[in-house]
Design a protein around this ligand. Sequence first.
Ligand SMILES: [Zn+2]
Length: 451
Amino acid sequence: MTTTTRPLLRIPYTTPLPPGRPIPSTASTLPGAITALAEFLSASWPSSPNYTPFSPLLPSQSTLPQSLLARKQRTLILSGAGLSVASGLPDYRGPRGTYTLNQNYRPIYYHEFCSNHEARKRYWARSFLGWPVVQRARGNRGHVAVEALAGMGVVGGVVTQNVDALHTTPSSPLPIPIINLHGTLTTLTCLTCRTPHPRTHFQTTLSTLNPTFSALLSTLLESNALSTSDPTEKQRRAGRAGLETNPDGDISLPGLNLKYTHFRYPACPTCLTNPDVETHVDSAGALLPTSPAGILKPNVTMFGESLCPETKRAAERAVDEAARLLVVGSSLATYSAFRLVKRAREQGMRVGVVSVGGVRGEGEIFFGGGGGALGGGDGDGGGDGAGARGRRGEKGNQRVIQEVLEMGAGREGVRINLEAEDVLSGVVEVLGGGKVEMEMEMERGAEYGVG
Ligand SMILES: [Zn+2]
């Protein structure tokens, strides 16, 4: 993580986003959505002789190097908090795209964390109580489905906005690259010496330094508020204890008299043992406000903080090497995620969205507001493509593109407003019959001149 003057991660929108219109219209039901998404994921690209690129920005087939073509067969998934809701980690947003879960929730800013001892106390106190929820969370059917699609060769990579590291835990590490766009909560990094430290050990130290908070956490755990995987029930039980959890592992303390100002947190163990670094701690090892060094920060991108440059580049590469982009469980409210979708669209890539509630830039993504029209025609779709492209830019363009998208029945783009785990699990069943593997083999054969 580095600091620059231009923050890329901002507070998500707090006003409602317009609800998503299903594309194709048959995707409004679960069976229709599963069919459309299966079409989207298995549509040939771009080695099919009938393929017509839907954007003039897309290089023609002959100019793409074979090595890139071979990689541009698979789908990149861009996942967000909506995918982890079924794992018991609440979304920032309710179904209408607003902060319905906790109206008073406000995440900490990077500059506050770095410069303000009191703000860090508050952050770590809430994080201490919220950590068991994150630590115990396991991947749900949605994560398992993503893993299955990766195993089938349909999905070639995942870029996730989630900091819960759930894409790597369902059973084994995914056989594809996972890019944690905003980092993960599983490690901490020292702001002075950059040494990474495990969050689990840090939690034990927090417990030792804060016996009152530790007792509260024990009570909370005994109340089983943290032991249910049903998010509604979890919130009900936590609510009974006066607690609310947020997706970054933070927890609210309304109605409790514990003071954040009493919370203590440790210094970086590496800095403490380095005689060249001046680290101030009390007799128990808690960091003092006067300490010029040794501040540990969760290894996640905070609001007001720029993305890690290497991670940013890796995510851009993943987009460039993918055939299509599927957004899962994200409103794309953070610009760092939205710009990846923009990048895909500017390359003429097909984009799908499976997310409950409105999505930022919906018109732009689906109706060609930027980077050309999404539905500029598909040889498989009946030959109206040239006409649609010719009319691009005119008034009424959106209606034409909507019609083209409908003809594609999901191949050109999908917009599904249903729970991701239901849709993805269904798609795995549909595609599990070997249809996709066969198609991809055929495509590879054609590409290497053996089909
Ligand atoms: Zn350090």
